[in-house]
Design a protein around this ligand. Structure first.
Ligand SMILES: NC(=O)c1ccc[n+]([C@@H]2O[C@H](COP(=O)([O-])OP(=O)(O)OC[C@H]3O[C@@H](n4cnc5c(N)ncnc54)[C@H](OP(=O)(O)O)[C@@H]3O)[C@@H](O)[C@H]2O)c1
Length: 389
């Protein structure tokens, strides 16, 4: 892997105002001699953007929501220029001045700007798994063409990336992603239909945005991550698995044909994979708590129960199907996840909606972005219909 040099790197953060965006700012602020903010892109969170712009002093701020951009007018520090809309995000993430893009918008909304960065050959720290789930084929093909370095930020994939460094990919016999099991790992399944969004968002180990927290509670997050791993590491579905690991200390494991298993361990703190994506060598100090295994005492593992987490059964079908299934899986989940947060459906209805949409969509390859959006829109409409029945 090419080493990011010691010269100052200019960073564009997509989804700057979110959980990953703020952790990225934390890492950048530790290294003002290495990283500067070229552009910060948010959607609606104006007060967080003012805070970030004051700390990082970027050249550009973009709010993809026009009303939020209007509200921000006149409130940015002197010299920080303001733009609005996704087109501005696309232009800045692919601009010559950007060296590294942190792709941390949530959902498939992040696809256009992240893909633009990939097509422009940037180093891309990829937190936004939904864009790879939605357009993995197109995305990885673009990265190969432009020689963009896509470095995963999802902790499990960052772990796999590290465990595969300097190894022969052909000798990999399997990879295992760990999953905490979320807040409902041990809860009586008969009580799950009554859980509230606040309970589902309260993840035991990770402090994350609302959508991914709920995806963790349904384990759709792990399902999305299996699809993400398939594209990032070009792995056949039978080589991909997940295991419950409540302590979230071991992030992933790679098994080689000689029987050796390499694992990566760290305290659950996203600043570790973020720092690795910004600069892998030499490693950066992140301020995360040191791992004290004597203090942790025990690391436990258990098989994923597909009865409790039906999303993990559904994804087996998606992994073996064509692109349209992954697009529908993601789109239906985005719609159902939002509906649950708005208390329009119950917790158990999220995966049920995804399952019903999957049972209705075509199973076909998808070759262009236009087609991606066609399938995505179709699945969203179907999810809305399923939820209103
Ligand atoms: N958080 C984690 O620990 C973690 C770990 C692994 C992977 N990830 C992945 O990283 C991504 C971000 O997660 P997060 O937890 O940081 O989410 P988050 O806290 O909800 O932040 C989401 C970011 O995306 C922006 N955004 C929301 N809707 C948008 C839209 N329609 N168009 C453009 N931007 C939009 C938000 O802007 P405003 O807030 O300004 O509206 C915010 O900056 C997700 O794909 C998630 O799966 C997160």
């Amino acid at each position: 892997m090419a080493v990011v040099g010691y010269a100052m790197k200019r960073i564009t953060v997509l989804g700057a105002t979110g959980s990953i965006g703020c952790s990225t700012a934390d890492v950048m602020l530790r290294y003002p001699d290495k990283f500067s903010a070229f552009a910060l892109v948010g959607h609606r969170n104006v007060s967080k953007m003012i805070e970030l712009a004051t700390e990082l002093h970027p050249e550009w701020v973009v709010m993809t929501d026009s009303a939020a951009a209007k509200q921000l007018e006149g409130q940015l520090p002197a010299g920080v220029r303001l733009e609005k809309g996704m087109d501005a995000a696309i232009a800045l993430s692919s601009a010559t001045e950007t060296d590294i893009v942190m792709a941390a918008m949530v959902g498939s909304a992040g696809l256009p700007a992240t893909l633009a960065a990939v097509q422009a050959g940037k180093r891309v720290g990829l937190a936004n798994k939904e864009c790879l789930v939605t357009a993995g084929h197109i995305f990885m093909k673009a990265a190969a063409l432009s020689e963009a370095e896509v470095v995963p930020v999802d902790s499990e994939h960052a772990a796999l990336h590290q465990c595969m460094q300097g190894q022969d990919r052909g000798s990999v016999t399997g990879v295992t992603l760990t999953a905490s099991g979320g807040p409902f790992r041990d809860r009586d399944p008969s009580t799950l239909s009554a859980v509230t969004p606040a309970e589902a968002v309260a993840h035991p180990n990770w402090d994350m945005g609302a959508k991914i927290s709920i995806d963790s509670a349904t384990m759709i997050n792990k399902a999305l991550e299996l699809i993400e791993a398939r594209w990032l590491f070009d792995l056949a579905p039978e080589k991909l698995s997940a295991i419950i690991h409540p302590e979230s200390i071991v992030h992933a494991m790679v098994e080689y044909q000689d029987g050796s298993v390499l694992a990566q361990l760290a305290m659950p703190d996203m600043r570790m994979p973020i720092a690795y994506a910004l600069q892998a060598e030499p490693r950066l100090s992140t301020g995360i708590a040191p791992l004290d295994l004597a203090q942790t005492g025990t690391l436990t593992f258990q098989a994923v129960d597909h009865q409790r987490f039906p999303a993990m059964r559904l994804v087996q079908h998606v992994l073996r199907g064509e692109d349209s299934l992954a697009i529908a899986f993601n789109a239906a989940n985005e719609v159902a996840n939002a509906a649950f947060r708005e208390q329009r459906i119950g917790f158990m209805d999220i995966v049920k909606t995804v399952e019903q949409v999957l049972s209705k969509v075509e199973n076909v390859p998808v070759g262009s972005l236009d087609e991606v959006w066609l399938h995505d829109g179709h699945a969203r409409k179907m999810a809305d219909e399923v939820m209103t029945v």
